[in-house]
Design a protein. Structure first.
Lengths: 216, 216
C-alpha cells in the first residue's frame, strides 16, 4: 500500500503553496504522487459539493449535511484514494476527515461522536498515514486571506468560528500524535517548508537520506 | 406524537391506489394526515433522487449510494416527518427504511449490518408505528406493472432481483411482527382493502369502533 498524506488548516495558512511544495519533495524522492482534494475529487463529489453550497441558505439539516460529506468521501475513497494506494502510489489530499472534525465538529459544534461513527462506517480502519496541519492564529490567516480592513460584526463572528476550528485542529494533533502533526505556519515560507521537511522525515515518509540530499 | 405509517411493496402490487385508500380511511376516522414519499419529500431529497438516478450508469460506490439515501431520509425526517408527528399529525409515507433493507439489502445484496448502523445513526430509536407491506408474487406484480409479453434475458434477471426484494420484505415482517405486517396483494382490490382495514385496527391505528362504522 502507498502512503496516504493529508494537508489541513484554516483559510490563509498557505495550504495551496505548501501542497505544491510537498508534492515536489515527494516526487524528488521517488514517490509516484496523486494529488486530490475534498470535497470533490470525483464526479459525484463535485455534484455534492454543488448541492452542499447551493442549499446552504435553506438550512439543510445537520445530519443530512454530515451524511452528504461522507457520501462524497466514500465515493472518493472507492474511486480515487484506495485504487491509488493499492497501486503503491502516494496520495496527497487537500483536506479529509480531520476537516470534518475541525469545521463541523469544532466550528459548527456538531456532535463529534456522530462524526466518528460515520468515519468508522465509511473508512473502516483506514486513517491517513500522516496529516499535516498548518497552524497559525486566526488573525494571521485572515490577514493573508483577505483585505486588511477592520473586521465588522459578522467578520468578528466568523473569527470565533475559526477560533473553534483552529482549536479543534490543535486538539486532533494532541490526541493522535502518531499520525497528526502541527506545523507553525505563522512564520516565513522557508521556515514553514523546513518544518514540513523535518516532519515528513520524522513520520518516515521521506528517508533521512533523501532529506539531506534535498537540503544539500 | 402522531402515528407514523409506511407503505411498502414491489412494483405492481397496488401501492398508489392503496395509499389513497388508507389516507381516506384515516381521515374518515379523524386523523390529520400528511402524505409523503421516499426518496424525496424535500428539495434536497428530490435533488438527491435526481443524483441517484442520473449517476446510476456510472456505477456509484455502494457506500456512497447508501449514504445519499440516508442523507435524503435525514432531511425528510428533520423537515417533514418529525415536525408533523410532533404536531400530532399522522404521517403516511410511500416507502421508508424497510425499502432500503428490501432493495439495497435484499435486491442488491448490500450488507444489512451497514444499513442497520445508518438506520440507528439517522433515526435513533424512531421506527414507523406500522409498516404495511403489500405482498404478491413477482409475476403478479410484473403482469400488473407492465405489458404481458414473454420476459427476455434481462427481464429474467430483474425477476431474480425482485424475488430477493420480496423475500427481504417477508423476512422483515417475520422479524418485526409488532410493527410490520404483510397484506396479501395478489387477491382482488376489495379483499386487499378489507385486510388493510383489519390490520389498521389490529395495530391500534383505527379504533374498532370506527372500523365497524366504516364497514357499515
Amino acid at each position: 500500500m502507498g502512503k496516504f498524506i493529508t494537508l489541513e488548516g484554516i483559510e490563509g495558512v498557505g495550504k495551496t503553496s505548501n501542497l505544491r511544495f510537498i508534492k515536489e519533495l515527494l516526487e524528488a524522492s521517488g514517490h509516484d504522487c496523486v494529488v486530490t482534494r475534498e470535497p470533490g475529487g470525483t464526479n459525484l463529489g463535485e455534484a455534492l459539493r454543488g448541492l452542499l453550497l447551493s442549499h446552504s441558505d435553506e438550512n439543510m439539516s445537520e445530519d443530512a449535511e454530515l451524511l452528504l460529506m461522507f457520501a462524497a468521501r466514500a465515493e472518493h475513497l472507492a474511486k480515487v484514494i484506495l485504487p491509488a494506494l493499492e497501486k503503491g502510489q502516494t496520495v496527497l489530499c487537500d483536506r479529509f476527515t480531520e476537516a470534518t472534525y475541525a469545521y463541523q465538529g469544532g466550528g459548527r459544534q456538531l456532535d463529534t461522536d456522530s462524526i466518528s461513527d460515520l468515519e468508522d462506517w465509511v473508512q473502516g480502519e483506514l486513517r491517513p498515514d500522516m496529516t499535516i496541519i498548518l497552524d497559525a492564529p486566526v488573525e494571521v490567516g485572515r490577514a493573508r486571506a483577505s483585505s486588511r480592513s477592520e473586521p465588522d460584526r459578522i467578520e468578528k463572528e466568523q473569527d470565533e468560528f475559526f477560533q473553534r476550528v483552529r482549536a479543534a485542529y490543535i486538539d486532533l494533533a494532541e490526541h493522535y500524535p502518531h499520525r497528526i502533526c502541527l506545523v507553525d505556519a505563522s512564520v516565513g515560507i522557508e521556515e514553514v517548508q523546513h518544518q514540513i521537511l523535518e516532519k515528513l522525515s520524522e513520520f518516515d515518509i521521506l528517508e533521512p537520506q533523501s532529506l539531506s540530499d534535498i537540503e544539500a
